[in-house]
Design a protein around this ligand. Sequence first.
Ligand SMILES: [Zn+2]
Length: 159
Amino acid sequence: MTQVFINGATDAANVREHDSLDASIQELIRAAAEARNYAYCPYSNFAVGAAIRTSDGSIYTGCNIENGAYAASICAERTAAVKALSEGKRQFVACAVVAQQDNGFTTPCGVCRQFLAEFASNGRDIALYAAKPTNLPLRVLCTSVLQLLPNGFSFSSSK
Ligand SMILES: [Zn+2]
């Protein structure tokens, strides 16, 4: 079995062939790849696309949008999430992230993991698929938001 690089860790068990995934997952990855074409990333030149499926079956897409004031930039995952949330969709079922790195998959940054985990509450995890736009045969890292962010911050009011 080929070893696969995932942000410094090796994990071949969660990598699957794209064509073996459900059609709905392939559709989500395709949507993320299309959204990647709209990335505004003149500073990093690192384009990312994301797509989130909500519980009603809708797909919301996003790309990374950078800014000359770097801290004002937003990632593709949060762009997709805020589009869904601002239309009243809070139940996220799955998220796909597409970017091109020669070695390994692009998974959400720490801020996005925390942001998405907010909507993985009540025991509902969010499936997460990381893929590349090219490099056939296409392989996909299949994980989840809570796998990527175990023991993340959660706010519980004592009121
Ligand atoms: Zn991020």
